[in-house]
Write a protein that binds this ligand. Sequence first.
Ligand SMILES: [Zn+2]
Length: 252
Amino acid sequence: MTDTHAHLDFLEPEELKEAQAHLPELRAVLTLGVDPARWERTLALAQGNVYAAVGLHPTSAHLLSPEVEEALRHYARHPRVRAIGETGLDYYWTPETGPAQYRALDFQAALAEALGLPLVLHVRSRDGKAEEDLSEWLLQNRPKKAVLHAFSGHPALERAGLETGAYFSFAGPLTYKKNGALREAARRLPREKLLVETDTPFLPPEPFRGQRNRPHYVRHTLFRLAESLGVSFEEAEALTDRNAEGLFRWSL
Ligand SMILES: [Zn+2]
């Protein structure tokens, strides 16, 4: 199993210990450091089968400055870094920083392109506006390797992702009873573009709703994905491991 999106640095020491004890169950984990104060810590956690991404979350986009750009360029070259992000558009928490979010997104997209790394995209809004805007951005910018993290099933985003060859990463919500439409989306998307993730410590899958997530809980999301695709757990595991390996190139 591969958890393509976790925030190990958000875990309390006891939680981290427990999460680390379960790491041997996983092929790889990508842990994302989402603001300048978290990059060092994230890289320190990227050992063994844990790899790192560094970036500026859209809710921290207002922090972008020439100094922060320079620091991000520096950390992005660390040998354990396998992706840039997460970046994107968030009008749910920080609707007022739209222009800064676009600047941070463009900067990180250019950095990912220059380094040949995947770009991890976050999107959230109350009314679907951020999803529509990000879809448009995708179609205009066409990043070579992009991941739609915690894919929600938004139709415009699905179309833009398909047209630009993005990867679709499914998190805990895939397991929620009411999300039949999301499981339908997983069924019709190209299999070679499917990934699974936890977004640890957020978005826990059933049966852990209301609790804090862990990378090894990705098993539950993978189980539902297998069921949706009509394949065995082992086949879904091999598929998503292979897709993640091809994109993030763990063994490089
Ligand atoms: Zn995240």
